[in-house]
Structure formats: C-alpha cells, structure tokens
Design a binder for this molecule. Structure first.
Ligand code: EPZ
Length: 418
C-alpha cells in the first residue's frame, strides 16, 4: 500500500500554483447533468475524488472526456439512475447526482452514504429539502430511492447551513416548476461558484444574505464552458506547511481573499501572511508566539477543513492553542498520530488544548481522512528526522500530486509502495 517517506526539517521555499477547488468541482460536475448536451469545465483538480465523480457520471451513461484539468461532460444520454454503494461509500459527494436525476427524470436510486471517520454524516437535510420540492423517498436495501412526477418549487429553511444540502437543493431547484427559496444556506465560496456556474448555463438565481431565490426554467444552455475557482483549503494547507518548516512561499491564487480568518490567526501568532495585488498569496515564517483560540464555523468562520493542518502547526507554537471543532463530531483523528511525534495535546470532547513545543520527532504514523492526512504532512515536514505516513490514499482524495508539488518547494517527500 502506498505510503509517504518524509525527511523533515527542510524549509519550503518557492512558488507554485494553487489548483481548482475540489469542493466546487464536485457539485459543478454533477450539476452539468442538468444540461441535455455538452458542458466544458476548466481548472478541475485531477485527484481521487474528481476521478470517482467521473466514474460515477460515466456509470450513468454520460460521456466524459478529460484533457489535463478540463473535463467535458455530455449528458444527453443518461441511461442509468443508480449511484452504487461501492462508489458512494468512497465519496459522499456522489449524492450530488440525486438533484439532476430527479430534476430531469423524476427518479434517483442513490446508496445511503453511511458514516465516515468524521462522524455519522447524515443526509436528513438533503431529503427534507427534496420533500419540499415534491419528492417521495423510500429506503430499500441501503439505497435512497426518490420519485417525483415533476419537481415543484418550494420554501426550504435549512436547520443548519449544510454545504452539501445547499448544493444539492439549488441544483434540483433550477429545473423545478415555479420558485424555490432556500434559507439559512451555506455561504462557502464553493457554493457561490456553483451558483455562478448554474447562472452561466441559464439558471435564474438571485440571493440575499439569508435566502437563495431560484425560479425554475424549462431548458438550459448547451456547449457552455466554465472555470472553477482555486482551492482555499489547499491554499491554507500549503501555507501552513511553509510556516511549519520555517520557510517562505508564494502561492499563485487570485484576488478573492477567501481565507481572511486564517490570515488573521497566522499573523496574530507572528507569521507574515498577505495577498498581494498580483493575486499571489504570501506565507512567510516568523517565530510563532502567543496563546490562541480557534472555533470552526460555517463560512466565513474558520473552516473545519483547515482545523487539522492548523492544529498541527500549533504543536510548534510558543503558546497554548485551544481548538473547538463545532462542525464534525470526530475530526481530531490526527491528534494521536502527532502525539506519536511528541506533540502535547489534551482532548476534552470536541475541544483540544495544544501546548506547543520546540520540535517534533519523526515516527511512523497513519492518515485517517483527507485533512487529517494533511496535518500529518505538516508535522512530518517540520519534524526532526524521518516519518513514514501510511494510508495516503486518504490524502490523494483531496490533493493532486501533493508530493510532486511539495518537492518543487524543497520538501524531501517520496511516495513508495514497498
Ligand atoms: C462539505 O461536506 C465538504 N465536502 C467537507 O469537506 C467540509 O468539511 C464540509 O462541507 C463543511 O464545510 C464537500 O464539499 C465534498 P455539511 P458536507 O453538509 O456537505 C451535518 C473535505 O475534506 N449534516 O456542511 O458533508 C454533518 O453531519 C471535506 O474536503 C447533517 O446533520 O458538509 C456535519 O456535522 C470533508 N445533516 C455538518 O452538518 C445533513 O443532511 C456539516 O455538514 C447534512 C449535514
């Protein structure tokens, strides 16, 4: 099984481009099924999750062509309406195909995603919202089977600003009859990227701070093309790796400052993080000092996906870091792995208290999910000595060729399968 071998204590220096956002690409690729024709999507990160989505679309009878970071989706022929368990269990975002299948064909048969290492991961908000659009569901042998004569617009007030439920429901509402209002929606940049994509292909969508308003249309534009926004989670992850290794990197980004909450926290500890006018995000090490409190929140709060890499960085801060994880019930799987490297972390329910230390020491450790894996790389790159990270298939789900790109910044990281 593939693993990473990392020789730590080498500062990251240099410049790389940040890839397209995985969590925008996945809903947008699914939303392309709304179009009875061809859609071209640029800046797609080619990683395990987007490859899984391509496999899923092809299993539905959709023609998908990939050229570098461009994916061409031709959805005029959908012959299958089932998202099988073997795909859904590896990637929860497979449930995004529910929306276009219900919208165009009035039916879907999608395996219940089941839990993952982050927690139970229910889809009750998705199903509750679809019911408001006149969908009937029943569960059969672990599959969610949805039927509707035709989607009708409705008023949906989300109990929680769920990213996935927001995406699924606005995709479905695009072709529903009449008007749909989704209130208390998720405001992550990837949601607005999806909205911009939908508008580009002809959807009628407007929004205010509390609700999204969608007026159903009867047809969408063929032969549209769209380019995905860059990945703010990759940006923050690589930036934290640079600071952890006492380095200085320039990350090719754009002019949207999606990570101001992280920038403020890192600068507050003494690092030098800023976005220059030419769209380059700069991360430069200075000694990290001071106590810090972090609480993960829906956007624009501190993103839960950057909690693990940030926690790993704080194991090297001269101070006490307290992190409250409010989004997922089990997102500290990276903690015992970094403790194996000498990190001093106390866990109390959904809060951890980190007492920073001068140095971590390399050791064999194991990834458990995408962002926990990223946290292990942060620790390993900074540590004294060598680290072997097992189960890196988790990391490959969310980062494209991470070892090649970190190597161009001076990291000593190799993939091996001996
Ligand atoms: C998306 O997951 C992201 N995945 C996650 O990134 C990210 O951590 C998460 O949003 C929060 O920002 C993709 O976009 C593919 P949620 P999602 O629905 O949609 C509960 C990564 O590493 N909930 O906002 O699943 C849920 O259990 C991944 O790239 C319900 O209770 O997140 C969780 O506690 C990890 N019922 C909370 O809401 C529901 O019907 C947030 O979930 C749906 C969610």
């Amino acid at each position: 099984m593939d693993h990473f071998l990392i020789e730590g204590n080498k500062p990251l220096n240099g410049r790389i481009k940040i890839n397209g956002a995985k969590n925008a690409a996945l809903p947008i690729m699914a939303a392309a099924l709304l179009v009875n024709g061809k859609t071209t999507i640029h800046n797609i990160p080619i990683l395990k999750d987007t490859k899984t989505m391509i496999t899923l679309l092809q299993s539905l009878g959709v023609k998908v062509e990939t050229k570098e970071h461009t994916v061409i989706i031709e959805a005029d022929t959908i012959t299958n309406f089932k998202a099988p368990y073997e795909l859904v269990k590896t990637m929860r975002a497979s449930i995004y195909v529910m929306a276009p299948l219900l919208a165009r064909y009035g039916r879907c048969n999608v395996a219940f995603p089941g839990g993952c290492s982050l927690g139970v991961r229910p889809i009750d908000l998705h199903l509750k919202g679809f019911k408001k659009l006149d969908v009937d569901f029943h569960i059969e042998k672990g599959n969610v089977i949805g039927n509707t004569k035709s989607l009708k617009g409705g008023e949906i007030d989300l109990d929680f600003p769920s990213v996935g439920a927001t995406a699924n429901l606005i995709i479905a509402a695009v072709l529903a009859q009449g008007k749909t209002i989704v209130s208390n929606y998720a405001k992550e940049p990837e949601i607005f990227d999806l909205i911009n994509f939908l508008i580009k292909i002809g959807a009628n969508i407007s929004f205010d701070n509390y609700s999204i308003h969608i007026k159903g249309v009867t047809s969408l534009k063929k032969n549209s093309s769209y380019s995905i926004i860059p990945d703010r989670i990759e940006l923050g992850t690589f930036g934290m790796m640079a600071i952890a290794t006492k380095g200085k990197v320039e990350l090719e980004w754009n002019n949207a400052d999606y990570i101001s909450s992280i920038r403020e926290k890192l600068n507050g500890l003494g690092a030098k993080v800023y976005l220059s006018d030419d769209g380059i995000y700069h991360f430069e090490y200075n000694e990290l000092n001071g106590d810090i409190n972090i609480k993960t929140l829906p956007y624009p709060g501190f993103p839960t996906d950057l909690q693990p890499p940030m926690g790993a960085l704080l194991t090297l801060n001269h101070g006490v870091g307290i992190i409250d994880e409010t989004i997922f019930e089990n997102r500290f799987m990276w903690v015992p792995e970094l403790e194996r490297m000498g990190a001093e972390i106390k866990k109390d329910g959904n809060t951890i208290i980190i007492h920073g230390k001068e140095q971590l020491v390399g050791a064999p450790i194991m990834a458990s999910d995408i962002r926990a894996g990223a946290a292990l790389i942060v620790g390993a790159l900074a540590a004294q000595g060598n680290t072997r990270i097992n189960r890196i298939y988790h990391i490959d789900r969310g980062y494209e060729k991470i070892e090649e790109r970190l190597s161009t910044l001076g990291a000593r990281i190799n993939r091996s399968n001996e």
